[in-house]
Design a protein around this ligand. Structure first.
Ligand SMILES: Nc1nc2c(ncn2[C@@H]2O[C@H](COP(=O)(O)OP(=O)(O)O)[C@@H](O)[C@H]2O)c(=O)[nH]1
Ligand SMILES: [Mg+2]
Length: 256
């Protein structure tokens, strides 16, 4: 039996899915991405959109506030200063009301039309009695620069060998999982790159779904290859240690 936390009972007004979008300086991507998320989610289930503005210095905050009036599903969380993508994800999941969290990048490189596919995989697993699963996207046709694709390929190969997490694309932000699963994981900065391994550490299984990937059309990338490599090495050592110290075989559940 997997080690599962006891979740608080949901209220009837809670959405099923909270779409959490961490952003930093994505002013021109906010409105089109929200429109795409709504189009993808509207026919599928009750949902909310939680944008986490990580201290943007462009018009991201203004655009979000303007859109709120016409978008009842939209909620905005704001950091007073930049705290990083993992910190933003954590603030978004903390604020979320859905049983399920779906995440994607705020630069429109991930396609919201893929969220229902990930949800269908989760729902099928739940029907089979296995809701403790992280569904992760695999960007099969990655639309990034040659240098980024090469660096990502090397980083993924090293990570895969050392963590044995058997995941071709752990850095893909498009993911779907129970909020309770995320809340069980230990927090550290840059953890968003290791979520499948951290989910397995909590006894969850991982399903990999091929997803669309698009070129960035507006704004600029916030990461460079050297920066990623410099934080990546100590992070990997830390994750290996966390996995060695994983909680094992505990089955805790609420009883009548
Ligand atoms: N909250 C937050 N989001 C960030 C930060 N850096 C990047 N992002 C967001 O993470 C996503 C991916 O970042 P991006 O710069 O496109 O990375 P790339 O696709 O790997 O080049 C985008 O939605 C960014 O707005 C950060 O420091 N804080
Ligand atoms: Mg990007």
């Amino acid at each position: 039996m997997p080690d599962r936390p006891v979740s608080p009972a949901a209220t009837p007004n809670d959405p099923l899915v909270s779409v959490v979008v961490p952003v930093l300086n994505e002013q021109d991507n906010v409105a089109p991405l929200i429109a795409e998320i709504r189009a993808a989610m509207e026919p599928v289930c009750a949902y909310e959109i939680v944008y986490v503005d990580d201290g943007s210095t462009d018009r991201t905050a203004t655009v979000l506030s303007e859109l709120r009036a016409s978008t009842p599903e939209l909620r905005i969380v704001r950091h007073s200063r930049r705290a990083g993508q993992s910190a933003a994800l954590r603030s978004g999941v903390s604020a979320a009301r859905g049983r399920l969290i779906a995440t994607l990048d705020g630069d429109r490189q991930n396609d919201p039309a893929d969220i229902p596919k990930l949800l269908a995989v989760w729902q099928e697993s739940e029907r089979a009695g296995r809701p403790w699963i992280m569904v992760t996207g695999h960007r099969v046709n990655r639309r990034d620069t040659w240098a980024k694709r090469q660096a990502s390929g090397v980083a993924n190969a090293i990570r895969r060998t050392l963590l044995r997490d058997d995941n071709p694309d752990t850095g893909c932000s498009l993911k779907l999982y129970e909020r309770a699963l995320y809340l069980r994981m230990p927090y550290f900065d840059h953890m968003h790159r290791y979520l499948p391994a951290l989910a397995q550490r909590e006894g969850a299984s991982v399903a990999i779904v091929p997803v669309n990937h698009r070129a960035r059309e507006s704004g600029a990338s916030k990461y460079n290859n050297l920066g990623r490599a410099l934080v990546g090495i100590p992070d990997l050592v830390g994750v290996i240690w966390l996995i060695r110290r994983a909680p094992r075989g505990l089955d805790s559940r609420e009883v009548d």
